[in-house]
Design a protein around this ligand. Structure first.
Ligand SMILES: [Zn+2]
Ligand SMILES: [Zn+2]
Length: 454
């Protein structure tokens, strides 16, 4: 008896389990069950000449660590041995096998025909990879993924094969082509295949015989301050959505610039990207300055350069008067949600204009604003926001009379409070409000964000 390496203690149980395993094998080798691999291969061979890839792929889910080409090669070799001793019919699929005993016809039928399933595609993998490498010239990336759109003909061929031979352990031709081109390209360019988060997706369109590239975005986080009355994001013309019309004087937009465009400018130049998407941790209105740092992530679309030095990114001198940017760093797509969900308290400083004169004594009542404000969606944003009642807290309030009809006000609020309506009351939609408490019409003349506390 062979002594187990694992020591004697486990000897008995191992022997038992070996015994029962052997019994299992004995059941499996019951010849009445037929020989699946052999029978399936026979069915495949009867359809015409099939290459190792297309043969092996039909058994793709059996064993691991083999390519389909290796699986196909192994099956063909074993069956050729059977053919040599007359236990398996000779056919054109053995055309490249050197027989020793069997006298194979010297010129088997269909000698030079390519595999009818893939139409010889797998012989061209190297060629395709070269073409792809050509397309990728000048584009900087580390990771990629190859996708495939099959031609109608290949789809049909695969269906025909499956009809003849079944689909029990097969893989699709689409998956194998993508993987093989990916492996070849990876070897050639020294880049990494990444199915989940690739820098680049190559789509092999076999119907159109084209390679289509998708350059995935890069994500850069930072913080900005805004010293000019400009919108946070590109303000496209609502009529033409950016293409240009007489409403927007053929510029496509209603504001000449924005925080987004100012920050995008040097980044697009460095990355050779085609556009941006901007995600702010909240936003201030176009006429509101942001003197505290606000977090953002800018998405650079279709970048041809990825390894840029963020320390060298500088805003144009004229733009630097309007916007200041700090702390640029690369982040991932997942970080967008985090920025969007930041619930920072904001400190606003504002000048309020009153409809009627008030005295310092009248202002006493404003102390009661340090409470929870009930705010129905303001009329001015109702067209793009759900009509709901929000409850937001005011943490502190400071006020000073500049003259009998002008007030300086500083409030610290919970994220998401509409400050202009806190002053005006928005026709009773925001309660309480400055206007409500002072019993005079009130409106914001000037408003700045002076603190963002996360
Ligand atoms: Zn093939
Ligand atoms: Zn327009």
């Amino acid at each position: 008896m062979k002594v187990s390496n694992h020591g004697t203690s486990s000897l008995k149980s191992e022997k038992d389990s070996n015994g029962s395993q052997m019994a299992e094998y004995a059941k499996l080798s019951n010849p009445d069950k037929g020989l699946m691999v052999q029978n399936t291969a026979d069915k495949i061979f009867k359809t015409g000449y099939v290459c190792d890839h297309c043969l092996g792929r039909q058994f793709g889910q059996l064993l691991s660590g083999y390519t389909h080409e290796e699986r196909g090669r192994a099956i063909r070799t074993v069956l050729a041995m059977s053919a040599e001793i007359g236990e398996f019919p000779f056919n054109e699929n053995f055309r490249d096998i050197k027989f020793r005993l069997l006298k194979a016809p010297s010129k088997p039928e269909g000698e030079n025909k390519p595999c009818w399933v893939c139409e010889g595609l797998f012989e061209k993998i190297g060629e395709i990879a070269k073409r792809a490498a050509e397309e990728l010239k000048g584009i900087e990336f580390n990771t990629f993924h190859v996708g495939v759109t099959l031609s109608k003909k290949l789809l049909l061929n695969e269906e025909k094969l499956w009809e003849s031979a079944g689909i029990d352990y097969c893989e699709s031709i689409k998956t194998e082509i993508g993987r093989e081109v990916g492996k070849q390209l990876s070897r050639e360019l020294g880049k990494i295949v990444d199915l989940k988060n690739p820098d680049i997706v190559l789509l092999l369109n076999l119907e159109r015989n084209a390679i289509e590239l998708t350059l995935n975005p890069i994500y850069i986080a930072g913080r900005y301050k805004k010293f000019a009355k400009i919108p946070q994001t590109t303000w496209y013309c609502p009529r033409c959505h950016g293409t240009g019309c007489d409403n927007c004087n053929w510029t496509g937009r209603l504001a000449k610039t924005s925080v987004q465009e100012i920050i995008a400018e040097p980044l697009l130049k460095a990355t050779k990207g085609t556009g941006t998407r901007f995600h702010g941790a909240g936003r201030e209105d176009a006429d509101v300055l942001c003197l505290a740092s606000r977090d953002f992530i800018i998405e650079i679309l279709e970048p041809r350069k990825r390894k840029i030095d963020l320390k060298k990114i500088k805003l144009k001198a004229s733009d630097a008067k309007k916007v200041e940017v700090n702390g640029l760093k690369f982040v991932s797509k997942e970080d967008i949600v985090k920025v969007k969900e930041m619930k920072a308290h904001k400190v606003y400083k504002m000048i309020v204009t009153l409809g009627k004169p008030v005295t310092t004594k009248d202002l006493e009542g404003l102390k009661t604003l340090k409470a929870t404000i009930s705010q129905r969606t303001p009329q001015r944003v109702a067209h793009r926001r759900a009509d709901i009642v929000r409850r937001r807290k005011i943490f502190s309030i400071k006020y000073k009379l500049v003259n009998s009809k002008t007030l300086e006000l500083e409030v610290e609020t919970e994220a998401g409070l509409y400050v202009k309506e806190l002053v005006s009351g928005d026709e009773g939609r925001t309660k309480p409000s400055v206007s409500d408490i002072l019993k005079v019409p009130a409106s914001v003349k000037e408003l700045n964000v002076i603190g963002i506390k996360s």
